[in-house]
Design a protein around this ligand. Structure first.
Ligand SMILES: Cc1ncc(C[n+]2csc(CCOP(=O)(O)OP(=O)(O)O)c2C)c(N)n1
Ligand SMILES: [Mg+2]
Length: 260
């Protein structure tokens, strides 16, 4: 941690958590900073926020890095713990920051039911398409055809569209961005925090170590298949056919779906 970085995040990051365990090139790092930059911009006190996470590399974003109260919980159970904390202290600002495996695979039931019950919290999913921390096994978010530790010939199962899953379950605020879309992410985190009820942000995150190196385009040194052409705004997507949208990730913000 450089002196400049230490100064920038004094009161927000724990210097003793550095050097961090994140690999070089991991997008969980900019996401870790973007959430703090947004907290600063909103002038929220770190003393009045609870950050909950489960288990995984993404779960390390708040704990041990953030200088705040953190709940580093059981795998898949961050939302359950966060719900309990919110019920016990409704004035608490509750943020859950965890991975796609944690929130949507083992924790999928907690995710959809917290959305259905409209529990007032902000859930940020660092979605790197795999179980990164344990070596890169296939997850409920792995794109079709992508190679993982457990699908060496390519994943054959349809992945969850996390925004549509959570929106279908009842969430009133949902968004999806790539971790490099800093401005958009900050704006969505502000709006998610202002939204009274369940908010969910799907953040596509590069994992060079466990996902990128198995799926990099042939002939390049890039450690990820993720590129700008993957992302289509929801406005542009509205004019595209299902075939044109195959393999794309629609980015933007969405409100509540009507029941029925
Ligand atoms: C009950 C239980 N099952 C499995 C594990 C092993 N495990 C730890 S983290 C993890 C996956 C984490 O993936 P994700 O949430 O996507 O985070 P990432 O590491 O990709 O950022 C798994 C399967 C565990 N710790 N506990
Ligand atoms: Mg993951």
């Amino acid at each position: 941690m450089t002196a400049k970085y230490k100064e920038k995040y004094a009161g927000y990051l724990r210097p003793e958590a550095f050097p961090s365990t994140f690999c070089p090139g991991c997008s969980h790092i900019p996401l870790m900073e973007i959430v703090l930059d947004t907290v600063k911009q909103m002038e929220l006190s770190m003393d009045e926020i609870l950050f909950a996470s489960g288990i995984g590399c993404a779960a390390w974003i708040p704990s041990p890095h953030y200088l705040a109260d953190t709940l580093h919980t059981l795998h898949g159970r961050a939302i359950a713990f966060a719900t309990g904390a919110k019920l016990a202290n409704p004035t608490l600002d509750v943020f859950v920051i965890s991975g796609d495996g944690d929130l949507a695979s083992i924790g999928g039931n907690h995710l959809i039911h917290a959305a259905r019950r409209d529990i007032d919290m902000v859930v940020i999913c660092a979605n790197n398409f795999i179980y990164g921390m344990t070596g890169g096994q296939v997850a409920a978010t792995t794109p079709i055809g992508h190679k993982t530790l457990t699908t060496p010939k390519g994943n054959v199962d349809r992945p969850f569209d996390l925004v549509n899953l959570v929106r279908g379950a009842g969430a009133g605020f949902t968004a999806r961005w790539y971790a490099g879309m800093r401005k958009e992410l900050i704006e969505s985190i502000v709006q998610a925090h202002e939204h009274k009820g369940f908010s969910f942000i799907d953040v596509i995150s590069i994992c060079p170590t466990a996902h990128g190196r198995r799926n990099k385009p042939p002939g390049t040194k890039k450690q990820t298949p993720i590129e700008k052409s993957w992302f289509v705004s929801k406005e542009d997507a509205a004019a595209m056919s299902a075939d044109e949208l195959a393999g794309k990730y629609v980015v933007g913000q969405w409100g509540k779906l009507p029941i029925g």
